[in-house]
Write a protein of this length. Structure first.
Length: 342
């Protein structure tokens, strides 16, 4: 390379290192690292192994830039975040009308594991609560459990651009302690909302919850939805464009458990959280956010993750219904690019 070329690449990497958005994320990380409110999920022993200080923030823009700070390589189980993406796959497998005949899209205002079905139709309320997620998992096509799981893992790979493993001890624990989920599945069988292959479907549900991801994967999942279903880095399509809107709408209305209304009001980004400590949040047409911090509030949402999303939403005007001039212009702050290697 010529001297001039060297100089040019040095100059561009310096701009990248000092990208204002990167500095902004560093400040955000520092600001909330000391926030120790909340508790690590303990309904199975494996989740308690998480460390309270773990904290990662990753943002992936629609043009494929990756910004990350903190523990973005630390793996954890995706848990309920999987529900949004399985809903997308079920829509691809069966279409809107049929899926909607088995699961409604109405927020419950109740805890994610409540055993409640719509009284008029006997459908579970929405695909983001356990009952609805199990009914949705039931719809995933494949000739047996192994094939269905393979399809699920292949789907996640399309979104994140890499292979994912199941955390087997978490899966086995979920399975051996999952009687509440089993009970609601039998109730749904009684009403014809799920098929007879209950054990296979519950295994698939416990397995999808046990998929291991990191904060960067969550940002990729979100960014892919923000980008109309195409991963902005690999350029691979992860979900049929027609169904992106369905997935993000249900995330907005039901994605944050029984705090979904407040989340939509204050933060206004379609998002999904999981008891492993992850949050995936989508700013349609702009970017995807992935946060990881295992300290959860009483409703099961990551305390630091909520704060990070709230600040990003306010500062950059990412609330879906925001029409006011944001304090910070996203494009200007992002200019300079990211230094992270893919
Ligand atoms: N595996 C969990 C369950 O089925 C899902 C928990 C979650 O993230 N809300 O109870």
């Amino acid at each position: 390379m010529s001297d001039l070329g060297d100089l040019q690449s040095l100059a561009s990497s310096i701009t990248a290192v000092t990208s204002p958005f990167r500095n902004y994320l560093n400040d955000l990380h520092e600001k909330y690292q000391s926030l120790n409110d909340g508790a690590i999920a303990n309904y199975i022993p494996e989740l308690e192994l998480a460390k309270p200080e773990w904290f990662g923030i990753c943002v992936v823009t629609n043009d494929g830039q990756i910004f990350e700070v903190g523990e973005c390589d630390q793996l954890f189980t995706i848990q309920s975040i999987s529900k949004a993406f399985i809903f997308g796959l079920a829509l691809e497998d069966y279409g809107r009308e049929y899926v909607n005949s088995k699961v409604s899209v109405e927020p419950t205002g109740e805890a994610f594991n409540s055993i409640v079905l719509d009284e008029a139709t006997n459908r579970p309320y929405n695909p983001m609560v356990n009952a609805g997620a199990i009914a949705t998992a039931d719809l995933i096509k494949g000739k047996n459990g192994t094939e269905r799981l393979k399809r699920v893992l292949a789907m996640f790979k399309r979104y994140t651009g890499r292979d994912h493993d199941i955390n087997v001890p978490v899966f086995l624990s979920e399975k051996s302690t999952g009687n509440r989920n089993r009970a609601m599945t039998y109730l749904m069988l009684n009403f014809g909302m799920v098929s007879e292959k209950i054990d296979e479907t519950l295994d698939l549900y416990f397995q999808q919850c046990s998929i291991m991801v990191n904060a960067r994967d969550l940002a990729m999942l979100s960014a892919t939805l923000a980008n109309g279903g195409i991963n902005p880095v690999t350029k691979e399509r992860a979900i049929d464009e027609r169904y992106v809107q369905d997935v993000v709408t249900v995330m907005l209305t039901c994605g944050m458990y029984d705090a979904s209304g407040e989340w939509a009001y204050r933060i206004g980004m379609p998002a999904k959280s999981g008891v492993g400590g992850g949050i995936a949040a989508v700013a349609p047409g702009k970017l995807g956010i992935g946060t990881f911090s295992p300290l959860l509030d009483a409703k099961g949402n990551s305390v630091r993750g909520i704060k990070v999303c709230e600040d990003l939403s306010k500062d950059f005007g990412l609330h879906l219904f925001n029409v006011a001039q944001p304090e910070k212009n996203l494009q200007e702050w992002i200019e300079g690019g990211s230094v992270d290697d893919w």
